[in-house]
Design a protein around this ligand. Structure first.
Ligand SMILES: Nc1ncnc2c1ncn2[C@@H]1O[C@H](COP(=O)(O)OP(=O)(O)OP(=O)(O)O)[C@@H](O)[C@H]1O
Ligand SMILES: [Mg+2]
Length: 266
């Protein structure tokens, strides 16, 4: 709706930006490097971060950059994941129909992974997103996955991705066995003021806009309200652009940002 008014060719602040157009923050670059290392060494990594800070987006970029002749990514994101659905989900992504019983499905998965590694020379990379929602039984199952081959060699890389409370849970005494097996742990933080501005500039650049739309003070206000979380920045900016286009303002200042936040987002 606002795209025509601002002369945009793409919609900024949307979810489906191609991964090569994403804002490449120093934090994201560092995490991408560690994720690559995790895949190369078949490690167990845990990525946490607050809601809407870009975890899934970072994984999307990591997966896009991996050589698919060398790695096979198995991605699960299901808040109600049970062990049976876990194996079923992984096997389906390998093109297999899962056996009914959990034990059978588990052996079947191990066999498939052996075949993939041994015959095709492809390394599996299992990514479990929204892992803060997994229950204890499911987290234990994830641990057993890593025990395959009697701990001598890990059969796959495993990346757990979840909101910050995932790490709080793993810190509990009862999760020591899992925690000890974690090779790399990293956290995606919030953007600082300068990064929030770069993030917004990148989205506007992607949309095809060359002039400035948000004033510097407007950017201060957006950063203050969002706390530097990508999803909230997207929301504020989209609402501001809608408001700006409706009221025919080419430039969006801090008063407009405040009005939009108070009227539509508080
Ligand atoms: N580096 C980036 N460049 C451009 N857009 C981004 C970037 N990081 C995040 N976003 C955008 O911010 C929004 C939220 O990101 P994402 O869904 O990855 O967050 P999340 O940390 O996985 O959130 P949740 O904890 O709710 O799962 C997405 O719509 C995404 O497009
Ligand atoms: Mg996510």
């Amino acid at each position: 709706m606002f795209e025509a008014f601002y002369g945009m060719t793409h919609t900024p602040f949307s979810r489906d930006i191609p991964t090569e157009k994403l804002y490449d923050s120093p934090m994201m670059q560092e995490i991408l490097g560690r994720l690559k290392y995790t895949a190369e060494r078949q490690l167990f990594a845990v990525l946490t971060g607050d809601c809407g800070t870009g975890k899934t987006t970072t994984i999307r970029k990591f997966v896009d950059r991996l050589d698919d002749g060398q790695y096979k990514v198995l991605y699960l994101s299901d808040s109600k994941l049970t062990p049976r659905h876990f194996y079923k989900g992984l096997l389906e992504q390998l093109g297999c129909e899962s056996k009914f019983y959990r034990g059978d499905a588990k052996r079947q998965l191990h066999r498939e992974i052996e075949l993939m590694r041994g015959i095709h020379g492809v390394q599996p990379v299992v990514v479990v997103d929204e892992a803060h929602l997994l229950d204890r039984e499911m987290l234990e199952e994830v641990r057993f996955l890593l025990n395959f081959k009697m701990d001598a060699q890990s059969p796959m890389s495993l990346i757990l991705v979840g909101q910050s409370e995932l790490w709080d849970r793993l810190r509990l005494q009862s999760f020591t066995a899992i925690r000890q097996r974690i090779d790399i742990q990293f956290k995606l933080g919030h953007y600082d003021r300068a990064q929030s501005a770069e993030y917004i500039a990148m989205h506007l650049q992607y949309s095809g806009v060359t002039e400035q739309i948000f004033t510097d003070v407007a950017l201060d206000e957006i950063h203050r309200f969002s706390g530097g979380a990508a999803r909230i920045i997207n929301k504020i900016c989209t609402h501001c652009l809608l408001y700006g286009a409706q009221n025919r303002h080419r430039i969006i200042d801090d008063h407009m940002v405040k009005r939009v936040i108070e009227g539509e987002l508080s």
